[in-house]
Design a protein around this ligand. Structure first.
Ligand code: CTP
Ligand code: CA
Length: 221
């Protein structure tokens, strides 16, 4: 569709973004989580809004302010993140940048777990969490453009390619997290699509975000 001069490229578009870790409770004071800071996902939400998109950001627990001009849904667990993401549909595009916990404790105790008299450690049974990206990629209200992330410490592009196929998304932003990417200010990513792989240089997370937002705008144009 043509863009009138002075009109932002994503004006009139709705984009869903997930960001941050999830916290999976073990009891009222303990949880299972990961080192995601939310910096990359939040920067993507802000960059999309700067291009004129209406953005719904579904965020796990992070120490970041809500990006200005973005509707933020705060959640804790993977199951809450899935519900909030589905509730945000329809969307023209979706970017799944969250580091969702793959498993959660099978049961969350309602009271704080106490050390047994014999000092033994309690067993911790885990069950798989729903895959939000895979679920929304195959959803009846699937966004036209679905973008996943792949956090890898080795064989980055290979693993990303298999995730692209397995999850049913359109693009994967493959993220080398072997260094300090989780929590750091910069990111080295590879954009993996059916058309091939683009290696982006190491960039500040804001710069990765604005390049990705530009690509989303091109794809939806
Ligand atoms: N993802 C998701 N829901 C999950 C797990 C992952 O939506 N329960 C999304 C992430 O937001 C990311 C993509 O799937 O966009 C890939 O996440 P990643 O952890 O790299 O892949 P997994 O399929 O969980 O595989 P593994 O952790 O074993 O590498
Ligand atoms: Ca995972």
């Amino acid at each position: 569709r043509g863009t009138a001069p002075g009109t932002l490229p994503l004006a009139g578009r709705h984009v869903l973004v997930t960001s941050g870790p999830t916290h999976e409770p073990l009891d009222p004071v303990r949880y299972l989580a990961n080192r995601s800071s939310g910096k990359q996902g939040h920067a993507i939400a802000a960059a999309l809004a700067a291009l004129g998109a209406r953005v719904t950001l579904v965020s796990g627990p992070v120490a970041l302010p809500d990006p200005p001009g973005v509707t933020v849904r705060h959640v804790e667990t993977a199951r809450e993140m899935l519900a909030a993401s589905e509730a945000a549909l329809p969307a023209d595009a979706a970017v799944f940048a969250a580091a969702v916990a793959d498993w959660r404790p099978a049961e969350a105790a309602t009271q704080k777990m106490k050390k047994p008299a014999d000092e033994a450690a309690p067993p911790m049974a885990l069950v798989p969490n729903p895959d939000i990206l895979a679920t929304l990629s195959r959803h009846a209200m699937r966004p036209r453009l679905v973008i996943g992330f792949a956090a890898e410490t080795e064989h980055v592009v290979e693993h990303a390619r298999s995730k692209l196929a397995r999850k049913g998304c359109d693009w994967i932003v493959a993220n080398d997290v072997s260094g300090d990417a989780m929590g750091g200010a910069e990111n080295t990513v590879h954009l993996v699509t059916d058309a091939g792989v683009e290696d982006w240089p190491r960039l500040p997370k804001q710069e990765v975000a604005s390049r990705l937002a530009d690509r989303v705008a091109e794809a939806l144009a």
